[in-house]
Structures are given as structure tokens and as C-alpha cells.
Design a protein around this ligand. Structure first.
Ligand SMILES: *Cc1c(COP(=O)(O)O)cnc(C)c1O
Length: 409
């Protein structure tokens, strides 16, 4: 295939070229004022992002992993406790739990949404834990640890089933901290509240990442916590800045976890386009789903009625994923895998004692999921090329597998 037909998995050049004049003007303003840490540019972005998420507060921090760690700590998770999350996520989710001093416990995901299965959450609590009505404490029986929080992940830009998760959390006195690092702008229809809610506005607090490839990305590292709880916001402002409430007055030991002003300015400029970029992603997702409709061997993304996903990733599921990915690569089409090994089977978590078979859905989907090119500037013609190549490869693969081997004797 000719060079100009190459379709990247992600294009991070075009959006920055489009906004270059505005981005450079912001950078120049920072240079001239030497406001590199804090200041009005940061505060403006925090206000605007809080408004975008329908949350009362936003605190900018150094990256999404720190955002999640600070959110857990500020909400009240302390060392030695247990925090429940999913096996099918990026390791930053569970790293942040460990960094807060807690121990991650995994549950399985729903086979259609790839997000936390509330039934598995319930099963974990009812089968593995003991709830003491008197103290209101939930204790994980095998380890004796107190379970204090749940981290649902809005993976691929689609929200977890928050009504059900919040209901379980309320019943057992658990905190809910959203990992919204892939969920900027995603919406959930709450049957309980009879209204749509934005990602980052439903839990006690939520973590966002502005890693360059996310739906809203910095030109470097950045993250934020959103919350409706003023005391959590205040605590995170201390945690990100050495535990100080004002300069050199340290109420606690904290971290160096600030969002720098140049990145905040860049993010504020790009934030103006986020709603339109998310709409574009939704449009592209529906194009893909139409173009790939004729491939019965392939499972397409599923959006429940209560969900308006922002398609950080467009993930299909197909047997023979490795061969298909190699064929696409040979045709100049970039793809990704999110994620190839569920967390409970990672070497890093051997100490937690999980084994193969513990989370059958996560294990079944991991070798079959494939993320197709997805970014707002992707064109319909490029999507057609991706779909044509996919359908052609699947067609050939099915012919090969139908060839009946002749028995030899
Ligand atoms: C990107 C991501 C993170 C971590 O964000 P960083 O900014 O890279 O630290 C956490 N969780 C999920 C689900 C992510 O996709």
C-alpha cells in the first residue's frame, strides 16, 4: 500500500497544528509573566473543567494516576484497607490504589460493556466479605482487611453502571471514586434521579487524565480530580502541594503533584473543542458500527440505553485477533490492544494470589479485543478503508478455517 494510505491508530499532530496559533499565544503569555505554577490560568481551567463535568470543584494535578491516588486519600482511604476495582483496566487504576496504601481487590467485567459488572461486585461483597451491621464495617474475610471503596472505571469512554454500583456502595457504606481517565464528557442516565449525569459528577470524587492521547490531552503530563465535596477538594489542594494549606504551613505530609500552568493553558484552549470532538467520536463510532455490521464473526461495541459513550477507544472483539492485527499493520492500518493481560494475571500482582480462571470474562475478552483507529480528525474514507480491509481479512480467515483437513492413515 502506498505511503499516503497509511492510517494511524491515533493522530496527535493535526489537532495541534489546527490550534497552533492559539496554543503558542498561551505559551508566550506564560513565558512573559513567568507564571509557571498556579495563577489565574490554572484557576480558569479548573473552573471550566468543573463546569464541563457538572461538578462543583476541579483540582488540577500532575497526571491521572496521582489524581486517583489523591482522590482515594482525600476521600478517606487509609493504609491497610481494601479497594475494589476491575481486572480489565490499565494498571494505573490499581497502582493508585496501592500508592494510597490500600490493597486492590479485583472483580470481573460485563461481557457486553467491558466495564465493572455490578453482579460480580455484589458477589464479591456477599460471598467474600462480612458486613457488621453494628459498626457498619465491611471486612474481607480471607485477609481480614476492611473494604472501604470501589473504583469503577469508565473504560473506553463508556460509563460503568453507576446507579447499581452506587446502590451497592450505599448499602455497605463504601466510597465510590470514579476512574474517569478515559471518560471525559461521557454521560449516564440515572433511573434513580431521572436525569443524565456526566462522568466525574457521580462519585465522591473522580480522577481524570490529560495524557496526550486522551479525549482531552495536554502537551505533556496532566490530570485532575473533580468532586462535589468541598472538603475533598481542599484536601487534594493540600496533597498536591506538600500538604500545605498556605505557603510553608504544612498540615500533613503531601506530594509534589501540581498541574503546571503552561499545561493548564493548553488544556483550557483545547477544552473549548472537547464537546465537538466527542460528538465527532460518537459519529465515527456509529459509522464504524454501520460499516462493520456485516461481519458476524466480530462483536461490535455495545451501548446500553443509559449510556452516551465518548469513544476514547472503539473496541471490537474477534477470534484470531493477532493475525488480524498483523494483516491490518501490513496494510498500514494502526490498531491497539486495551489491554492484552488482565491485571490479576500480571506478574506485578503475583503477591495478591489470583490465578487463571478467577475472572472468566476478562480472561475471555483479553485475547480477542482490538482497538481500531479513533480520533476526531479520522475521515469517513479512512474508516471505509479500515472496514474494507477488516471484512476482507475476516472473509479469507473464515474460508481457511472451513477447509476440512483430509484424514491420513
Ligand atoms: C490513562 C489512564 C490512567 C492514568 O493516567 P495518567 O495520566 O497516565 O497517569 C488511569 N486509568 C485509566 C483507565 C487510564 O486510561
Amino acid at each position: 500500500m502506498k505511503q499516503h494510505d497509511t492510517i494511524p491508530f491515533l493522530d496527535l499532530v493535526t489537532p495541534h497544528v489546527e490550534l497552533e496559533a492559539e496554543l503558542v499565544a498561551g505559551f508566550t503569555a506564560c513565558l512573559r509573566s513567568a507564571h509557571f505554577i498556579g495563577g489565574t490560568v490554572l484557576e480558569q481551567f479548573e473552573q471550566n473543567f468543573a463546569r464541563f463535568c457538572d461538578a462543583s470543584f476541579c483540582v488540577g494535578v500532575s497526571n491521572g494516576t496521582d489524581a486517583l491516588r489523591f482522590a482515594l486519600m482525600a476521600a478517606g482511604v487509609v493504609a491497610g484497607e481494601m479497594v475494589v476495582t476491575v481486572a480489565n483496566t490499565f494498571i494505573a487504576t490499581s497502582e493508585a490504589i496501592t500508592q494510597s496504601g490500600a490493597v486492590p481487590a479485583f472483580v470481573d467485567v460485563d461481557e457486553r460493556t467491558y466495564n465493572m459488572d455490578p453482579a460480580c461486585l455484589r458477589e464479591f461483597i456477599e460471598d467474600r466479605c462480612d458486613f457488621d451491621l453494628l459498626s457498619g464495617r465491611l471486612i474481607h474475610i480471607p485477609s481480614g482487611r476492611r473494604v472501604t471503596a470501589i473504583v469503577p472505571v469508565h473504560l473506553y469512554g463508556q460509563m460503568a453502571d453507576m446507579d447499581t454500583i452506587l446502590e451497592v456502595a450505599a448499602k455497605y457504606g463504601l466510597l465510590v471514586i470514579e476512574d474517569s481517565c478515559q471518560g471525559h464528557g461521557a454521560r449516564y442516565y440515572s433511573e434513580r434521579d431521572k436525569k443524565w449525569h456526566k462522568a466525574g459528577s457521580m462519585g465522591a470524587a473522580a480522577a481524570f487524565s490529560f495524557y496526550p492521547g486522551k479525549n482531552l490531552g495536554a502537551c505533556g503530563e496532566a490530570g485532575a480530580v473533580t468532586t462535589n465535596d468541598e472538603s475533598i477538594a481542599r484536601k487534594i489542594r493540600m496533597l498536591r502541594e506538600h500538604g500545605q494549606s498556605r505557603k510553608y504551613h504544612h498540615e500533613i505530609e503531601g506530594y509534589n503533584g501540581r498541574l503546571d500552568t503552561i499545561q493548564a493553558g493548553i488544556l483550557d484552549t483545547k477544552l473549548k473543542h472537547l464537546a465537538e470532538w466527542n460528538d465527532k467520536r460518537r459519529k465515527l463510532a456509529s459509522n464504524y458500527s454501520r460499516l462493520l455490521d456485516g461481519a458476524p464473526e466480530m462483536v461490535l461495541p455495545y451501548e446500553p440505553e443509559w449510556s452516551k459513550a465518548v469513544y476514547h477507544l472503539y473496541v471490537v472483539r474477534v477470534a484470531g485477533r493477532e493475525a488480524l492485527q498483523a494483516e491490518l499493520a501490513a496494510s498500514g492500518i494502526g490498531t491497539g490492544i486495551h489491554y492484552p493481560i488482565p491485571l490479576h494475571l500480571q506478574k506485578a500482582y503475583r503477591r495478591l494470589g489470583y490465578s487463571l480462571g478467577d475472572f472468566p470474562v476478562s480472561e475471555r475478552v483479553a485475547p480477542e479485543i482490538l482497538s481500531l483507529p479513533m480520533f476526531p480528525q479520522l475521515t469517513f474514507e479512512q474508516q471505509q478503508q479500515v472496514a474494507d480491509k477488516l471484512l476482507q481479512s475476516l472473509d479469507q480467515a473464515s474460508k481457511v478455517s472451513l477447509r476440512i483437513p483430509v484424514p491420513t492413515r
